[in-house]
Design a protein around this ligand. Structure first.
Ligand SMILES: Cc1ncc(C[n+]2csc(CCOP(=O)(O)OP(=O)(O)O)c2C)c(N)n1
Ligand SMILES: [Mg+2]
Length: 371
């Protein structure tokens, strides 16, 4: 990956200039990656044991999400994310319980159970758009948010994340074009994880890289090792700085790998060559950062181990609390749309609730998801 920005290589050796960050921030980045993996692992266990319907594995992607998250000023910056980015809310101290509430679709879920698991919304806690399933829709939304901030004379920027496959969506092209023409303060972060479900990168684009796609829109494109948290941090920080200074958007391609299935409904062993998987095993983003941190005296082996143990316990506890909460009442289907419910909707709500109650089916608490 010679044209790819890298600071720590897969063995944990420094190969580039390390960004000036306090040890406490570096430890926070390490902890966030470990907590992201622990959250992910816990969700997969919950799905495999039938407690939740669905999850989206994040294993292998932790450095891309956490490095990007660490480059933001969340007092003013917005995030328009895709679904494989657990590390962004986790780095910014969204309580795992709040994320688990979405996984269970319970009464405290930000979307009151209306969204699929992994489609978080945090409302007032973070300037973070609720995740959409249709690919690429968050990209023009991010450009719109960025333009609104620019027009208001605010200095915030908007980070939007999406996968390699999503660069084929209309949202990517219209968002990139608009941002290029109007100089929107937006950072486009393409998470190139090698696959769009079972379609490998080579079969979905003839482009040499994803970063190069910026050229057609007059947007600089940067390629970064997505398993190197410091390199991602540096690339996104530079892009944020440019956007804040009124110099316009940047497209960043973070080269990483999905070390699991597309979702819990998928079996990657059916299509990902075993050798490719083995090769990426040696590039674990958490292991490499840990090795470097310990070698640099930023943390000890014992401290690193303790962070792992604490993260596992934290996610198990969060799951236990969220699992015990009740499911949203049927009435919530009709709420949140109008401030004062119109007569016709009230009538429908009464009919619906009466109908299901008479059958003893006030709620569906099976948590099943068909995909
Ligand atoms: C508009 C649209 N088309 C198809 C799908 C079905 N779909 C869901 S995820 C996915 C693959 C996306 O790949 P990529 O953008 O690389 O993201 P990744 O899942 O690899 O993180 C597809 C085709 C969808 N959700 N939306
Ligand atoms: Mg992909």
């Amino acid at each position: 990956m010679s044209d790819t920005m890298q600071i720590i290589d897969p063995t944990g050796k420094k190969v580039g200039t390390v960004p000036r960050l306090k040890t406490e921030v570096l430890v926070r980045m390490y902890r966030a990656m470990v907590r992201t993996r622990a959250f992910d692992d816990r969700c997969i266990k919950l799905q495999r044991t039938g407690r939740i319907g669905f999850s989206v594995p994040n294993r292998g992607i932790e450095a891309t999400s956490v490095g990007a998250a660490a480059a933001l000023d969340i007092t003013q910056d917005w995030v328009a994310p895709h679904y494989r980015d657990f590390g962004i809310p986790i780095f910014h101290d969204i309580e795992p319980e709040s994320m688990m509430d979405n996984m269970f679709g319970n009464v405290d879920d930000g979307a009151v159970g209306r969204q699929m698991p992994v489609h978080f919304s945090f409302k007032d806690k973070l300037k973070y758009l609720s995740i959409s399933s249709p690919l690429g829709t968050q990209i023009p939304q991010a450009v719109g948010i960025a333009m609104a901030m620019k027009k208001r004379g605010e200095s915030g920027v908007c980070l939007t994340t999406f996968g390699d496959g999503s660069t084929n969506s209309l949202g990517f092209h219209s968002g990139m074009n608009f941002a290029g023409v109007f100089g929107s303060p937006v950072v486009f972060l393409c998470q190139n994880n090698g696959w769009a479900i079972s379609c490998p990168v080579e079969k979905q684009t003839a482009s040499e890289t994803f970063a190069i796609k910026g050229e057609a829109y007059g947007i600089p494109g940067i390629r970064v090792d997505g398993n190197d948290v410091l390199a991602v941090y540096r690339a996104v920080s530079q892009a944020v700085k440019r956007a804040r200074a009124g110099e316009g958007p940047t497209l960043i391609e973070a080269v990483t790998f999905r070390m699991s299935g597309h979702s819990t409904s998928d079996d990657p062993s059916k299509y990902v060559p075993a050798a490719e998987f083995e090769e990426w095993k040696g590039r674990c983003p958490i292991q490499r950062f840990r090795t470097w941190m310990i070698a640099e005296g930023k943390m000890t082996e014992a401290e690193a181990d303790q962070i792992v143990a604490e993260a596992d316990a934290e996610m198990m506890a969060a799951a236990k609390i969220s699992m015990a909460k009740s499911v949203p009442s049927l009435e919530t289907i009709f709420s949140d749309v109008f401030e004062i419910m119109p007569k016709h909707l009230r009538k429908q709500a009464e009919f619906c609730i009466g109908h299901y109650s008479s059958r003893g089916e006030g709620v569906n608490d099976k948590g099943e998801f068909p995909l």
